[in-house]
Design a protein around this ligand. Structure first.
Ligand code: F6P
Length: 552
């Protein structure tokens, strides 16, 4: 059998390696002068405007990137994903998070079965349950309505739902539906997180949702046991049936834990943890807080992008364009990081969520066939909402390292501030920064400009901005449940496009295992030392010394 081809061995990859030399001779200042070029690099879909004219690319670059996509069999790989092929080959699983938000009447077959039917069975169950809790027909053991929810979960069972919750909190329609209710997230095994999350809560009015795909994650199971104890010690053992529910693919372990399977909400092994926010993982706690109909809009937004991604030609396909541009930035321009900069405080948890989606997916060094990659895949994602970030790390972005930036803006504020009956300009103020930053990065400021401004000689170098720093802008019409769903799906699919192009498996995460198993050895040692006074053994000098000191 012929050895698997790495994307870096293909002609389009080699052509791009040559072509980047030409791009390195250009400056965004000049590229931005060509309004025809800029016009061709703006596109709109379903209310979302993408402007990628500030990427260090020409039309030729784009053509070459599309050739690269062809060489990577991108179209085929996207189809394979939607058709339920086992594209997560190391775990022998399909990757079907798109089915989680597919319309009720659609058909997505996986291993000979239409999974959309199963998805809607669970969605109907969530709708029914959350309506009962919200209306007060499902009450706690003492007869009080359950107004507060603690969602216990970590990683993919936490970050996505937290992002959506944070984004919806100030949306007027969602906020109205959440009146009198609280949703909290307990993720870290750190006892501080437990203390913070139960402070001010009354077990009588609290519902705990244990969210874990595997139902074996050490942190989540410990936190779940702690909260079970918190409920049982206040309300007695029978309270678990009314105050604890679960979301998992492992219903056997849910039952073993003591949660009635009737109160468990299933999902499936074809949903990766970091892609699970549209399953019961997110839909259950979010519907408890906002009501199912709001969350249905969120699913609809994601579904709209799913259809766009599946059926639109690459040159007008937002996730495909974004994914290919990321590959260009990482593999050809050699920029290892990317900043995600939403100009909306409501999106403050978006970057941490995308950090997991992107870095856990594409942080790989072998191809999907297990061949070591002769190039680096994945990027370092980080970010903060604007304008906060401007007063923090933007110095480095403007005058230090080159970090491609995603600027995400929203046309209409969720919460315009009224003063004496008039809208004051907070949102315009925020958006002035959103519009200014990409140009500051692209154009920079030359010594000649500084001289003409009579800047003293000794400051010219300090005040020079080299510019030529790439970014993209995404402009959303507003930030409601639907748009939040769209944004999520754009980023999920962008990560898949990058992985498909690099030829890696974006859907496994073996890299998290080693740390987990070493932690379990340490845990055993700590138990032995604490209960039987046994000395620390079997670790290197450094770890032995630190453990011994810790045990003292
Ligand atoms: O950190 C590894 C990981 O497996 C993530 O991929 C996952 O989202 C998280 O742990 C939580 O896993 P679970 O939902 O099974 O508790």
């Amino acid at each position: 059998m012929a050895p698997p081809t790495l994307i870096s061995d293909t002609q389009p990859w080699k052509d791009l390696k040559v072509h980047v030399e030409d791009i390195n001779k250009t400056h965004l200042r000049d590229l931005m002068n060509d309004s025809e070029r800029c016009k061709s690099m703006m596109m709109e879909f379903d209310g979302i405007l993408l402007d990628y004219s500030r990427q260090r690319i020409s039309q030729e670059t784009l053509d070459k990137l599309f050739k690269l996509a062809e060489a990577a069999h991108l179209r085929q790989k996207i189809n394979n994903m939607y058709n339920g092929e086992h594209i997560n080959s190391t775990e022998d699983r399909p990757v079907l998070h798109v089915a989680l938000r597919a319309p009720r009447d659609s058909v997505i077959n996986c291993d000979g079965k239409n999974v959309v039917t199963d998805v809607w069975k669970v969605l109907d169950k969530i709708k029914d349950f959350t309506e009962r809790v919200r209306s007060g027909s499902w009450v706690g053991v003492t007869g009080k309505p359950l107004t507060d929810v603690v969602s216990v979960g970590i990683g993919g069972s936490f970050l996505g739902p937290l992002f959506v919750h944070t984004a919806l909190q100030t949306d007027p329609e969602a906020a109205k539906c959440a009146k009198g209710r609280q949703l909290r997230f307990l993720a870290n095994v750190d006892p501080i997180d437990v203390a913070r999350n139960i402070t001010g809560l009354n077990p009588e009015t609290t519902l705990v949702v244990v969210v874990s795909k595997t139902f074996t994650t050490a942190e989540t199971m410990l936190n779940a046991r702690t909260l079970r104890e918190w409920i049982v010690s206040a309300l007695g053992p029978k309270a678990v049936a009314k105050h604890m529910v679960a979301v998992s693919t492992n219903l056997t372990l849910v039952e073993k834990f003591g949660i009635n399977p009737d109160n468990a909400f299933a999902f499936w092994d074809w949903v990766g943890g970091r892609y699970s926010v549209c399953s019961a993982v997110g839909v259950l706690p979010l519907s408890l807080q906002y009501g199912f109909s709001i969350i249905q809009k969120f699913l609809n937004g994601a579904s709209s992008i799913d259809q766009h991604f599946y059926s639109t030609a690459f040159k007008e396909n937002i996730p495909v364009l974004l994914g290919l541009l990321s590959v260009w930035n990482v593999s050809f321009l050699n920029y290892p990081a990317r900043a995600i900069l939403p100009y909306s405080q409501a999106l403050e948890k978006f970057s941490p969520h995308i950090q997991q989606v992107s870095m856990e997916s594409n942080g790989k060094s072998v191809s999907i066939d297990g061949v070591p990659l002769p190039f680096e895949a994945g990027e370092i994602d980080f970010g903060e909402p604007g304008t906060n970030g401007q007063h923090s790390f933007y110095q480095l972005i403007h005058q230090g390292r080159v970090i491609p930036c995603d600027f995400i803006g929203v046309m209409k504020s969720q919460q315009p501030v009224y003063l004496k009956g008039e809208v004051v300009s907070n949102h315009d103020e925020l958006m002035s920064n959103f519009f200014a930053q990409p140009d500051a990065l692209a154009y920079g400021k030359t010594p000649e400009q500084l001289l003409s401004e009579k800047v003293p000689d000794h400051l010219i170098r300090h005040k020079t901005f080299s510019g030529n720093r790439p970014s993209i802008c995404l402009l959303l019409p507003s930030l409601n449940a639907y748009n939040i769903g769209q944004l999520l799906a754009i980023y999920e699919h962008r990560v898949a496009v990058e992985g498909f192009t690099w030829g890696i498996n974006s859907f496994d995460q073996w890299g998290v295992e080693l740390g987990k198993s070493l932690a379990s050895q340490v845990r055993k040692q700590l138990n032995l030392s604490r209960t039987k006074g046994e000395p620390v053994e079997g670790f290197n000098y450094s770890t032995t010394t630190m453990l011994t000191k810790y045990l003292e």
